[in-house]
Structures are given as structure tokens and as C-alpha cells.
Design a protein around this ligand. Structure first.
Ligand code: GTP
Ligand code: MG
Length: 525
């Protein structure tokens, strides 16, 4: 089964590299966190513990990705700035933004218990992310000023809002009172009605939080005489500052101007054209089938550390499938998903208007939701194995103009599953029988499907086609629409579509029969 017939589908992938000398910023924010904060009873307008959890996750991001040298966050958002020389993931925007959202979501779930030991995490949190490119350090300065200005304005508004609500006003009365008010008026309202001096509120709420790396001296070991051996280490430092876009703050920290550049002067008004560029969102071609493919990051290592069975770990695959089912339940516009190994492809209906087809939002929402679900459900599939570190997935979106090309894409993935699985089965059988990894590789070099099948049967008595179908064909996830007989008033029985259940199936999806059996999956309605 050669894959070359289908490989042309790769040509639909588009480049999205952030070119030099642009600086890369990835901004993430909680997806529907107004609901998330309500369900989890966060204090209003600011929940200090929730903010500390956000800061702790951001710190883990800085530690994980050394190219990120500065971060700024408030409420449920965080911006991560990459050093100007970064070549992280070849500067591919989708990969970088999805990876950051994915890792952040995984850490958020992992650390939840530490920050909220007595509160259950009710459902998987997820984050939308986007990449912003800044043509110069001056534009970065404007970006930071813009975010901190937003922090100030929204915090001041929310403080007034919740004080009024707590004092007995209804939500609509409160909105009416605050409509068209200016900063000064809101400060006066707080002071006169509630005796609150806005400036005295905690800096964490008013100014947001900055994270960057500073060099600190750390004792790494003791020498034979018991004297401490010290080394300079880069550590994440959390600070609050009134004006993160100010020269004095920025230029005071040598690591920041070394990695990102100097702020030549202080800025007053933020250039509206810059803000327009920060808000720009690119959209996926209308009426095309969109495939969001996610792939485990360094799962070679992840599967070693977690002692996955080789070549296939059924529990690991079932955990992936369970997350894919959750994704289909969460996003109604996803018609179909196909998964193999550490990857999953999600197919969005061609008519989908999810997030107005904004590509970063779609990719990041799916990838981060998948990741946080993976962490939350880990224990259900591996009750006797601890998750040693948070996994992460990268994502990309590709548009296919017709359903025929989409089916070729899916066929490409299923052929790949077959080729890899057959190779890996032979490889690990040879290794388990005593060959070294290099010997096994040499042995299999240039062998065709038939020869590999023969090797399995002759040397190991394994009939390839009798191996579990989940390993050989991968997993398909879709809604199963069934017709239910309903008795009508006139005594006739008519067919009625019942609530569609999301199912996992291990079919041959290269075969047209599958699509003929489930015509609703790709129907354009
Ligand atoms: P990047 O995706 O580039 O970050 O690298 P990766 O290490 O994730 O490799 P890739 O995605 O190309 O391949 C997935 C890897 O995950 C495989 O090569 C295996 O090492 C590992 N893997 C996936 N599923 C299983 C499994 O069921 N059992 C075992 N033992 N390993 C698995
Ligand atoms: Mg991978």
C-alpha cells in the first residue's frame, strides 16, 4: 500500500512563518472563562488564588521554552514574548501558538489541586491563543502599553461593577450606572460610595504580573570540603510594575534589552494602527473542509517515560480516543476525527462558521481542550501510573476544497498508520527476539508489505491481519445518527433522527463503503 498516491494532499498546507526581524508574541486567554470562573466560584472581580495559578502556569511556560524571555498577564490572559533571535519551531505561527496554549492548559489542570485543594475541577479548561508579530521593539512597547492599559481599564470597571452588585443593584442597573463613565468618575464612585481608594488596591489586580528571567546565584552542590559550589542560573522572576512599557522599567533589566532591544523613549498615546495589527485575525477559506491535525510533542520521550507498551499501548490509544470523543461533544461543527499514535485529525464541516473561521482560535481551542482533557482523564486509563510531567500537542489547520480531496487526506493518514504499524510490529518483534535496534533496522530496510507479513508469520507465527484492528486501522470518531420509529397521531410510524451519539470505530476509511454507510458525516447540510 504505497502512500504516494495520496501524498499530494500535503501541498494544501500553507506556510505561516513569522519572518525575521519580527518579534513573536503569543497571547493566550481562557476560553469562556466567565462560565469557568462562575462554575468554580472564583471571587469577583479578582480571585487572588486563580491569578496565582495563572502566574504559576506562565512561569512553567517560561521554564519549558527558554526562547520565551518575557511574559505579561492579568485576569485570564497571558502574553509570551520570544527573544528576537528565536527559531523555535521554525517560527511557524500555528505550531508555536498551539503548543503554548496546549502546555499552558496541561499545567493549569496539573496545578489546580495545589492552588484549590478543596475545590474539584469540574470540567476541562481551555485557552484560545494567537500569534502577534511586532516589526520592531517600538511596536512591542506599544503592545505592552496596550495590554497594561486594558488591564487597568477592565479592572477598574469590574471593581465598580461588582461593588455596585454587592451593594444590592441588579446587573442591568449596574450596567446603566457605569455606561459611558470615564476613569475619573469611576474612581470617584469607588471612593464616595464605598470608601475605596483605587490606588490602594493590590498591585496584582491593578497592574497585572510580569515574568522574566534574571540571573541568580544558586548552590548546585558542595565540594569535598563542604563548601558550596555556586553557579549563575536563569530563574523566572515575578514582578509588578506600574508601567511595563516605560523606559525606566525596561532598560533597568539587562536581560530584556539584550534579548529584545532598548526602549528609546517613553510613549504617550498608543498608535491606533498598531492596535489594529495586534487585533488582526486571519481566517480560513470559506466553504472548504478544515482539518485541524494535532500531534503529541516529543511523544517518543513521553511514551518511554510512561512505559507505554511497544509498539502500541492500547490504553494510551484509548485515552487519545476518549479525548477525541470529548472534543466532538464540545465542538458540534466537527464532523469526523481520525487518530493514530500520538496524532488526531479533526474535520470541521465545510460550512462551519466556528469562531468566524479564525484559524488561531480554532486550532488553539481544540488543541488545548484536547490536552487538558488528556491530563484530567489520565488516571481513568492509567490508574496505577502517575503522570510524570504535563504532555503537550501542537496543531495546524489545513483547508481542503472538496470532499474528495478530504477523503484522500484521510486515506493518506490511514495508509501511514498501516505502514508505520506494520514496520513497528516487525521492528519490536525482532528487538524482543534478541536483535539490536540497528540490526532490526538493517533487516527491515527496503522490505515491502508482503515481505514484512511473511517475516511476521514465519519467524513469529503472527498473522498480521489478526492483530487488533485499533492498531492496524487507527480510530475514527463521529456521530452515529440513528433512525427511531415514532408512532404518529394518524397511526403511521415515521422515522425521526434521535440525538446523535459520538462513537469510536475502527473501520477502513479508504473504502468508499464506510462513507456510503454513514452519508450524514460529510453531508453539506
Ligand atoms: P514530535 O511530534 O516531532 O515532537 O516528535 P515525537 O517524539 O512525538 O514523534 P512522532 O510524533 O513522529 O511519533 C510519535 C512517537 O510517539 C512514536 O515514534 C513513538 O515513539 C511514540 N508513541 C506513540 N504511540 C505509542 C504507543 O502506543 N506505544 C509506544 N511505546 N510509543 C508510542
Ligand atoms: Mg509527535
Amino acid at each position: 500500500m504505497a502512500n504516494s498516491k495520496y501524498e499530494y494532499v500535503k501541498s494544501f498546507e500553507v506556510e505561516d512563518e513569522v519572518m525575521f526581524p519580527n518579534l513573536i508574541i503569543i497571547r493566550i486567554h481562557g476560553r469562556d472563562f466567565s462560565r469557568f470562573s462562575q462554575v468554580h466560584k472564583f471571587e469577583k472581580p479578582n480571585d487572588e488564588t486563580a491569578l496565582n495559578l495563572m502566574n504559576s502556569c506562565a512561569s512553567a511556560v517560561l521554564e519549558e521554552y527558554p526562547d520565551i524571555v518575557f511574559a505579561y498577564g492579568y485576569s485570564d490572559e497571558y502574553s509570551f514574548v520570544f527573544k528576537k533571535t528565536s527559531r523555535f519551531y521554525q517560527r511557524r505561527a500555528s505550531k508555536v501558538l498551539s503548543l503554548v496554549a496546549s502546555f499552558f492548559a496541561a499545567v493549569y489542570v496539573t496545578k489546580w489541586k495545589e492552588f484549590f485543594p478543596h475545590r474539584k475541577l469540574e470540567y476541562a479548561p481551555s485557552f484560545a491563543s494567537k500569534a502577534v508579530s511586532c516589526a520592531s521593539v517600538e511596536v512591542l512597547q506599544a503592545y505592552l502599553a496596550w495590554r497594561q492599559h486594558d488591564c487597568h481599564i477592565s479592572n477598574q470597571y469590574d471593581t465598580c461593577f461588582w461593588m455596585l452588585v454587592k451593594s444590592g443593584k441588579t446587573l442591568s442597573e449596574t450596567q446603566e450606572i457605569l455606561k459611558d463613565t470615564q476613569k475619573q468618575q469611576r474612581n470617584e464612585l469607588l471612593f464616595q460610595q464605598f470608601g475605596i481608594n483605587y490606588k490602594m488596591l493590590p498591585v496584582l489586580f491593578r497592574q497585572g504580573s510580569c515574568l522574566f528571567k534574571t540571573k541568580v546565584e544558586e548552590t548546585v552542590k558542595h565540594d569535598e570540603n563542604g563548601n558550596p559550589v555556586k553557579r549563575l542560573r536563569r530563574r523566572e522572576t515575578l514582578v509588578h510594575s506600574e508601567n511595563i512599557a516605560g523606559r525606566s522599567f525596561w532598560n533597568e533589566h539587562s536581560s530584556l534589552h539584550k534579548d529584545l532591544g532598548h526602549f528609546a523613549k517613553d510613549i504617550g498615546k498608543i498608535e491606533p494602527d498598531y492596535v489594529k495589527s495586534f487585533q488582526f485575525e486571519s481566517r480560513l477559506l470559506p466553504l472548504t473542509w478544515v482539518v485541524v491535525r494535532i500531534d503529541g510533542c516529543h511523544f517518543h520521550r513521553f511514551s518511554e517515560v510512561h512505559e507505554f507498551e511497544k509498539p502500541n499501548d492500547e490504553q494510551a490509544l484509548k485515552l487519545m480516543n476518549s479525548c477525541a470523543v470529548a472534543v466532538l461533544e464540545e465542538f458540534q461543527d466537527i464532523a469526523f476525527a481520525y487518530g493514530v499514535s500520538d496524532e488526531y485529525s479533526f474535520v470541521l464541516k465545510n460550512k462551519s462558521e466556528l469562531y468566524k473561521r479564525q484559524s488561531s482560535k480554532i486550532i488553539s481551542a481544540i488543541v488545548s481542550f484536547f490536552t487538558s482533557t488528556y491530563v484530567m482523564r489520565w488516571g481513568d486509563f492509567f490508574p496505577h501510573k502517575n503522570l510524570k510531567y504535563p504532555p503537550s500537542f501542537d496543531g495546524r489547520a489545513v483547508c481542503y476544497p472538496t470532499s474528495d480531496i478530504l477523503l484522500d487526506y484521510l486515506a493518506w493518514r490511514q495508509v501511514d498508520c498501516h505502514i508505520n504499524n506494520q514496520y513497528n510490529t516487525c521492528f519490536w518483534m525482532l528487538v524482543k527476539s534478541g536483535k539490536s535496534k540497528t540490526q532490526a533496522q538493517d533487516y527491515l530496510k527496503g522490505t515491502q508489505t508482503r515481505e514484512k507479513n511473511e517475516l511476521l508469520i514465519q519467524q513469529f507465527g503472527i498473522e498480521y491481519n489478526s492483530l487488533p484492528v485499533i492498531f492496524r486501522l487507527g480510530s475514527s470518531v463521529f456521530r452515529l445518527k440513528t433512525q427511531e420509529g415514532v408512532a404518529e397521531e394518524n397511526g403511521e410510524v415515521s422515522g425521526k433522527q434521535v440525538e446523535a451519539e459520538v462513537v469510536v470505530d475502527y473501520s477502513n476509511i479508504i473504502d468508499q463503503c464506510f462513507w456510503q454507510q454513514h452519508p450524514h458525516i460529510l453531508s453539506c447540510s
